[in-house]
Design a protein around this ligand. Structure first.
Ligand code: NAP
Length: 312
């Protein structure tokens, strides 16, 4: 079959014409397109919360024994959509084109915000995947949800910073770049603090499994739970904020995106991302706490909370 046979097919022809019309419309009316995507984005935190309250996303400790993709591959694949879409949307002049903002002079604020996104996702996609001793298989459902969400989240946040939010939010009342304002500096500080908390506690989790292979922790006193579906081995994490909460890496992630919202004060795509992150991670932290209590019983510290130290 030749390419001309495919393109001459009436259905395919109709599809190609409609696609072309959509691309042309979007290029000429991107603001409208952006608002339409934001309408979908608006419902994401609610859908995530509705979903996570009933089902704990099937990966890691909570995986299902069906339709699973290899953990490291699935993680790298699903998460890479966010930085790729972000970088493309930040630099291009027109959506669905390869024309970049050749005449653009990005402000310091825009460069810092874009750098934060790219640094966060360079860690999440490349460094995290490389450093994790193992990532358990992931069901296809959370992979598809993550890809869909990473595309709209990367697009809306990048476009808000580079174009739609710039004039009204990223300059002060005197027309100056907001990068020296106390609120922006506070947001930057909180973002970096959250990132440090997140990475530090991800590292503690990685060290647990690495240490299991060393003779020092092959002691009788360390209880190891093995997931029969994946052979993943779990022990009780300790140290840092693990002494107070079950998921300090999630706590750090939420602090990070609170900082991002404060720095942009306030990008509504960033606010929705923060809400989606909370909707995702807070119920999952509770499921983790319940899981540790069920598997480790009295060995799991009784005063350890789910995600907010001393509170919840
Ligand atoms: N922004 C968002 O909405 C969002 C959503 C999800 C995740 N994240 C971020 O992505 C990162 C990973 O999240 P996650 O949900 O995959 O975290 P997780 O379930 O706690 O797992 C993290 C890693 O540690 C291992 N691990 C977990 N508990 C362990 C234990 N008790 N003993 C030994 N190893 C253990 C896991 O292995 P297994 O894979 O074998 O279980 C995995 O490699 C976090 O930094 C999180 O903040 C962000």
């Amino acid at each position: 079959m030749f390419l001309s046979d495919v393109t001459n097919n009436p259905l395919m022809e109709k599809f190609l014409i409609q696609t072309k019309e959509f691309v042309t419309w979007t290029q000429q009316n991107e603001r409208e397109f952006f608002e339409e995507v934001m309408k979908i984005n608006f419902f994401v935190p609610l859908v995530f919360l509705g979903g996570t309250l009933f089902i704990t996303a099937p990966y890691g400790k909570f995986q299902w024994n069906s339709l699973r993709l290899p953990g490291k591959f699935a993680w790298l694949f699903q998460e890479s959509f966010s930085p790729i879409v972000f970088i493309y949307s930040f630099f291009i002049k027109n959506l669905f084109s390869i024309t970049i903002f050749t005449d653009a002079t990005y402000t310091t604020t825009q460069i810092i915000l874009a750098s934060f996104w790219i640094i966060h996702y360079t860690n999440r996609v490349i460094i995290y995947t490389y450093r994790a001793p193992n990532i358990a298989p992931i069901h296809i459902l959370p992979v598809l949800v993550a890809i869909f969400y990473n595309i709209i989240n990367g697009y809306t946040n990048a476009r808000w910073i580079s174009l739609f939010g710039r004039d009204n939010y990223l300059y002060d009342e005197n027309g100056q770049d907001i990068c020296k304002t106390p609120r922006f500096i506070l947001g930057v500080f909180i973002f970096l603090l959250g990132m440090m908390i997140n990475i530090h506690h991800d590292n503690i989790l990685f060290s647990l499994r690495n240490n299991l292979d060393k003779s020092t922790t092959k002691s009788e006193s360390v209880k190891v739970i093995t997931n029969t579906n994946s052979s993943s081995r779990y022990v009780i994490p300790n140290g840092g904020l693990f002494n107070y909460i079950t998921c300090p890496h999630y706590f750090g992630e939420i602090i990070e995106w609170i900082g991002f919202v404060i720095a942009t004060w306030y990008s509504y795509p960033a606010v929705l991302f923060l809400m989606a992150t909370i909707a995702n991670l807070v119920p999952r932290a509770k499921s983790n706490l319940n899981w540790y209590r069920e598997k480790f019983g009295d060995m799991y510290p009784k005063n350890r909370k789910a995600i907010v130290p001393f509170v919840w």
